[in-house]
Design a protein. Structure first.
Length: 120
């Protein structure tokens, strides 16, 4: 019989690409929904912290931190892709407003951001 895990995230699960991406996704989108705050760099900072702390806790050395920074960017881009794929694009159908339509969209007051509001 398979035992059901008692934790959602563990240190061991967060040291994987899936775990680090999931933690970055949840924290950055949670901050966006709760505080209407999510600058473009926030998810990158969260991803880098998760990966570099994981590198430290596993006894990493100098070269491991360089690889950790690269992995942090991988976690960030995976999280951005998941957010955009699940949340949809601004305007509904993924169309990018250009010309007068873009100016009209830019003048509208910013609405409250949802959990899966696009970041860019």
């Amino acid at each position: 019989m398979v035992e059901i895990p008692k934790e959602f995230f563990t240190l061991q699960s967060m040291l994987t690409l899936t775990g680090a991406t999931g933690a970055t996704f949840v924290v950055s989108n949670g901050l966006q929904a709760a505080f209407n705050f999510n600058p473009r760099w926030l998810a990158l900072a969260i991803a880098q912290v998760i990966v570099l702390v994981g590198t430290k806790l596993t006894g990493g050395s100098g070269a491991d931190y360089f690889v950790g920074v690269i992995n942090g960017f991988l976690v960030f881009t995976t999280t951005v892709g998941a957010t955009h794929a699940l949340g949809g694009a601004v305007g509904g159908a993924g169309a990018v407003a250009r010309g007068p339509a873009a100016a009209a969209v830019a003048q509208q007051p910013e609405s409250r951001r949802r959990f899966l509001s696009p970041w860019f």
